[in-house]
Design a protein around this ligand. Structure first.
Ligand code: PEP
Ligand code: MG
Length: 599
């Protein structure tokens, strides 16, 4: 086979589907996994050329670092771009270039190797200093090195916000911050080496309606920029050089999906009510204020979870009270008269906030995260509480605290909230005195203490993404253990039931806002466990409503009872598929069941 022929051969890679839909286009590899830096001895006569190569790379890097902020400034409407100023400072540090050039002359080794050594020594030394400001520069040093390295190697890995046109993005991994920065108009779909269904990257892809497949192992080494590709976000496939037959089949699949979507659109203004009359409230989760419009257009009866930490990512300064107020007001206005649940910042885990995370944590999901972080930083927290309170004067706004693990956290948040109310009263700034507050139940200790926690809040919101990872000790973003991440595991179901029963006993309401809420195959299970409010990515809403309207609550109750007694998540999963297939066969065809664990 000639090289040309082999390039055209169809190749199918199987990963994990994280965002439904089909996208076809040209591949663009972004920031592939870092290769070990090769060491090469140079001939003395090659040193001047190597020096020139380094100087050119520095010039190019400087040019990029001055151009990106202009682009970003436009995109973000004057948003913060100071991270690039910090990068320029590193680049302009005379020590860096001088040392590299000196060693290049003395040792006559390829410049990539020297640059790597010099910057690593620099970063190591910085990470040990007392001064936290200097320690935080370690990330900048590594980012700048990466950029110089890319320019040295002559690769065309444009940053995600600088794609040359509409593209299928292929990357080793995308952090939630990377995903948040993506030029949404140009990303047709994405595929990554690593990743999982409940990572925040996957969640954003779903919210944005970008088809995505993750956990494709070494896909960045298997494909090249310019390849023709098809992302099948329904079945978790990346198809390179799709054949005519494949394209025809996908054309058929798309027609079927469109037909079903049209049927679903008709349901938009119909209530989510089971055949036997149980009304389920369906709300949407958002990460960015501009997603509120899509939530409303998909028929959401409110925002059940607004992940406000995304306001804090990709910047080095903090969003002030007025900036936050503007964002919260906007969402409340778009959603009026429906409620908006503002979750206070859940930084930490896979959502890192550069100024406070200079030192990486060993177990970030068990570390300085969510309300723990907020309580340690009352300056940041109170700014947010004040903004949310002020937004409550104009819209139906509620507050939700993430990662609650004990009652004392709730008493401490309540004290800070009262301080903010007092301040606002003194300043004559209006707010809703009765604004409801809730606790996320996503740590097993909180689920087990639900009766006690219920006395401190107006509602619970069950965050199954974390509840599952902490109950089963399965890292939600680690693809190696993704097969063990089982929403239908009876231990998880028992905790959900416990929380629902506690809420009922204390006359507070309860909702589920983890990704389980948006899996149509799991809808009968949650309804059977007594959940009557679900909040999910807007795109999942029509399908879930379809299932709600096709099912009977009485079936769900029986079914949930059996599931609670089951020993196996696979068994529960099988029952669910059979049940949903019997009431809504098109749905089962459209959403491939979430991964089932081999237990
Ligand atoms: C959850 O844990 O289920 C949740 C909704 O919060 P997040 O996914 O943002 O951690
Ligand atoms: Mg969570």
């Amino acid at each position: 086979m000639t090289e040309q022929q082999s390039q055209k051969t169809e190749r199918i890679f199987r990963g994990v589907q994280v965002s439904p839909g089909i996208a076809r286009g040209v591949v663009h590899i972004c920031g592939s996994q870092e290769e070990p830096v090769e060491r090469r001895q140079l001939r003395p006569e090659d040193v001047p050329a190597e020096t020139g190569r380094f100087e050119q790379a520095l010039i190019k890097t400087r040019q990029q670092l001055t151009e990106i902020p202009t682009h970003l400034g436009k995109e973000l409407g004057g948003g913060d771009v100071s991270i690039f100023d910090a990068h320029l400072l590193v680049l302009d540090d005379p020590m860096l270039a001088e040392q590299v050039l000196k060693r290049l002359k003395e040792e006559q080794i390829n410049v990539e190797y020297i640059l790597h050594e010099v910057t690593e020594q620099y970063a190591q030394a910085l990470s040990k200093v007392e001064d936290s400001y200097l320690r935080e520069r370690v990330g900048d040093v590594r980012d700048v090195t990466r950029r110089i390295m890319r320019n040295l190697q002559g690769e065309h890995r444009e940053d995600l916000q600088h794609l040359p046109g509409p593209r299928i993005v292929v990357a080793h991994d995308l952090s939630p911050s990377d995903t948040a920065l993506m030029d949404r108009a140009k990303v047709l779909g994405f595929a990554t080496d690593v990743g999982s269904r409940t990572s925040h990257t996957a969640i954003i892809a779903r919210s944005q309606g970008v088809p995505a497949v993750v956990a494709l192992h070494d896909i960045t080494r298997q494909v090249t920029t310019g390849d023709d590709a098809l992302v099948d976000g329904f079945s978790g496939l990346l198809i390179i050089n799709p054949s005519q037959t494949t394209l025809y089949e996908y054309g058929e699949i798309e027609i079927r999906h469109h037909t079903l979507e049209e049927r679903l659109t008709i349901l938009r203004d119909k209530p989510a009510e089971t055949r036997d009359g149980c009304r389920i409230e369906l709300a949407a989760n958002i990460e960015f204020p501009d997603e509120a419009v899509s939530a409303r257009d998909h028929g959401a009866e409110g925002i059940g979870l607004y992940r406000t930490e995304f306001l804090f990512l990709n910047r080095r300064d903090l969003p002030g009270e007025d900036e936050q107020l503007a964002a919260y007001r906007h969402v409340a206005k778009v959603m009026a008269p429906h409620p908006v649940i503002i979750r206070t910042i859940d930084l930490g885990g896979d959502k890192l906030f550069p100024p406070d995370h200079g030192q990486p944590e060993r177990n970030p999901f068990l570390g300085w995260r969510g309300t723990r972080f907020s309580l340690d930083r009352p300056d940041i927290f109170k700014t947010q509480l004040r903004a949310a309170l002020r937004a409550s004067a104009e819209g139906s706004v509620k507050l939700l605290y993430p990662m609650i693990s004990c009652t004392s956290e709730l008493t401490r948040t309540a004290a800070l909230l009262n301080e903010c109310k007092e301040e606002l009263r003194r300043e004559g700034k209006p707010f809703n005195e009765q604004m409801e507050v809730g606790a996320m139940i996503e740590v097993p200790s909180a689920a087990l203490m639900a009766h006690q926690l219920a006395k401190h809040v107006n509602f619970f919101s069950i965050g199954t993404n974390d509840l599952i990872q902490y109950t089963l000790a399965v890292d939600r973003v680690n693809e190696r253990v993704a097969h063990l991440y089982a929403p239908t595991f009876p231990a998880v179901l028992r905790l959900i039931k416990l929380v629902v029963d506690a809420a009922r006993a204390h006359h507070i309401w309860v909702s589920v806002c983890g990704e389980m809420a948006g899996e149509p195959l799991l809808t009968p299970l949650l309804v059977g466990l007594g959940v009557e409010k679900l909040s999910m990515s807007a795109v999942s809403l029509p399908l879930v409503k379809f299932v709600v309207r096709a099912m009977n609550r009485s079936d769900a109750l029986t079914f949930a009872e059996r599931s609670l007694q089951s020993e196996s998540p696979t068994e529960v999963q099988g029952w669910l598929e059979d049940y949903v297939r019997s009431i809504a066969p098109d749905v089962v065809e459209m959403v491939k069941p979430p991964q089932t664990p081999p237990r």
